[in-house]
Write a protein that binds this ligand. Structure first.
Ligand code: SF4
Ligand code: SF4
Length: 480
């Protein structure tokens, strides 16, 4: 019997060494020098322990009284630490209610005209909307005018890299053209195709949900969820105009669609590594373009089946997407103000389609992000404009509990460097490449509060508290 326990002990150490080796390989795949060195050291220690175990087992040590005590102590230690890190700790009941769980007071709908992008891109001096808006908000005019003079929210695109008008800027603009062209009013809010005119489609909510999700995935979405829309997450008034539809500016936006299909696409790990340099903004725009491609086709698909639908993507938003994504069960909103998904962390771009087609909503999820963010704060430590709050717990803002990003100072920094920064997204421990050791870690931190503390500390040790920008793929190289 004792030999069986000795054999199981050896097997456990082999498995542990295998995990150590996998993590070392994962760090090499991620091109993380520091983490690779720590992982190699960890792996060698594990191999050393295994060899010592095999030697003393071969010498019959575990058949002596002290050896038996060591064996029993080893088993107890392994079982207790395994249970400690793997059992499911108490759930976050607020997260399981979605955005409703975060509301602690009256919430007002947000006016898109107040959005820093809307103010800087849409407002043209001398026009009637300009005069109307700044008459009501004179405190914003001087700063917005200064920003506009410098080139808008992104300043001189790519100015952080030299020469700033290099190939990555050309690529960024190439992708940006797609959401622009796919934001014409007749495309974001399509009508039924003339060949199907008047034809009614009778789909059960289950079938419609299945078809829409399948179609979204086939078009390239990585994550898809359905939310029953809380009208509070619909903008109150239209503020961004990109075409000739100026009559829409300042119009109240009706919250008349009941459901939203929310999609998330993965941002490429290698392209985000160089953040805040130009590969990251090029990647952002590529994913926004993909979001426009997916959502406009889904909107047309729904319209062809005789229901109303409206695509929400980079150049046309009717809804605020992170809260919709939370209600669609895609994740939680983290300290950095982005959606945190279990599968890809904050390394995603969101887009959505709102519709009156009856669908089956998904359930909100608790992935442990709120608790992890309480202890981590890595995004706040690394934010160059100090826009991410550092206090432990979320605070009330407009009736909801959250860490409130200072959008003005964040965009101020974007304007200085000419990219959308992405440092917070890059440094987040949930953003690592989804190799299987990282998947395993995410499973643990999603269910266990002690694992969150252990792996938060390990992330700082292995990857550093303040990681530097990486080189990125050879084809998208940049020069500082
Ligand atoms: S870096 Fe840390 S604190 Fe910031 S969002 Fe990610 S997990 Fe939360
Ligand atoms: S994008 Fe950059 S500046 Fe903005 S909050 Fe994130 S780290 Fe800070």
């Amino acid at each position: 019997m004792r030999d069986v326990f000795i054999f199981i002990g050896a097997l456990a150490l082999v498995v542990q060494a295998f995990i150590g080796l996998s993590f070392f390989i994962s760090c090499i795949q991620e091109k993380e020098k520091r983490a690779s060195l720590f992982a190699l050291f960890q792996f060698l220690v594990m191999i050393g322990v295994l060899i010592i175990y095999l030697i003393i087992a071969g010498a019959g040590f575990f058949h002596t009284a002290p050896g038996l005590i060591v064996l029993i102590a080893g088993y107890i230690l392994a079982l207790v630490s395994g249970w400690f890190l793997m059992h499911k700790t108490e759930p976050n009941t607020k997260a399981l209610q979605g955005t409703k769980g975060l509301m602690i007071g009256p919430v007002g709908r947000f006016d898109e005209r107040m959005h820093v992008f809307a103010r800087n891109r849409t407002m043209r001096p001398g026009t009637e909307p300009y005069q109307t808006f700044y008459r009501e908000h004179p405190e914003l005019e001087a700063n917005d005018a200064r920003r506009r003079e410098k080139g808008g929210p992104l300043g001189h695109l790519g100015s952080i890299d030299k020469p700033y008008e290099g190939p990555n800027v050309a690529g960024t603009l190439a992708s940006l053209t797609i959401p622009f062209n796919l934001s014409l009013p007749r495309i974001v809010k399509p009508s039924q195709h003339p060949e199907l005119k008047g034809r009614k489609f009778d789909l059960s909510p289950e079938e419609a949900s299945r078809r829409l999700k399948g179609y979204a995935r086939s078009l390239g979405a990585d994550l898809v969820g359905i939310a029953e829309i809380n009208p509070l997450w619909i903008y109150s008034h239209r503020g961004e105009i990109f075409h000739e539809n100026w009559e829409d500016w300042g119009k109240a936006i009706p919250a008349d669609h009941k459901y939203a299909l929310v999609v998330a696409e993965e941002m490429d790990f290698d392209m985000i590594g160089p953040a805040p340099h130009t590969p990251s903004v090029m990647e952002s725009m590529k994913e926004y373009a993909k979001g426009a491609y997916i959502t406009t086709q889904i909107a047309a698909y729904i319209a062809n089946m005789s229901f109303e639908a409206e695509a929400n993507h980079l150049r046309h938003y009717t809804a605020i997407l992170p809260p919709l994504a939370v209600d669609a069960g895609l994740g939680e909103v983290g300290r950095l103000g982005y959606l945190m998904t279990k599968e890809l962390g904050p390394r995603v771009r969101l887009s959505a389609v709102t519709t009156d087609l009856p669908l089956i909503p998904d359930k909100p999820v608790d992935i442990g992000a709120e608790d992890f963010c309480t202890i981590c704060k890595k995004c706040a430590t690394n934010c160059p404009s100090r826009s991410i709050p550092e206090e432990d717990l979320p605070k009330e803002f407009n009736g909801t509990l959250r860490w409130k990003l200072d959008a003005e100072s964040c965009f101020e920094y974007w304007g200085k460097i000419g990219t959308d920064c992405c440092i917070c997204m890059k440094v987040c421990p949930w953003s690592h490449a989804r190799t299987w050791p990282h998947r395993m870690i995410v499973r643990l931190i999603s269910r266990n509060r002690y694992a969150r503390r252990v792996f938060n500390l390990m992330d700082d040790i292995f990857y550093g508290r303040k990681p530097k920008p990486k080189a990125g793929p050879q084809w998208a190289r940049y020069t500082e």
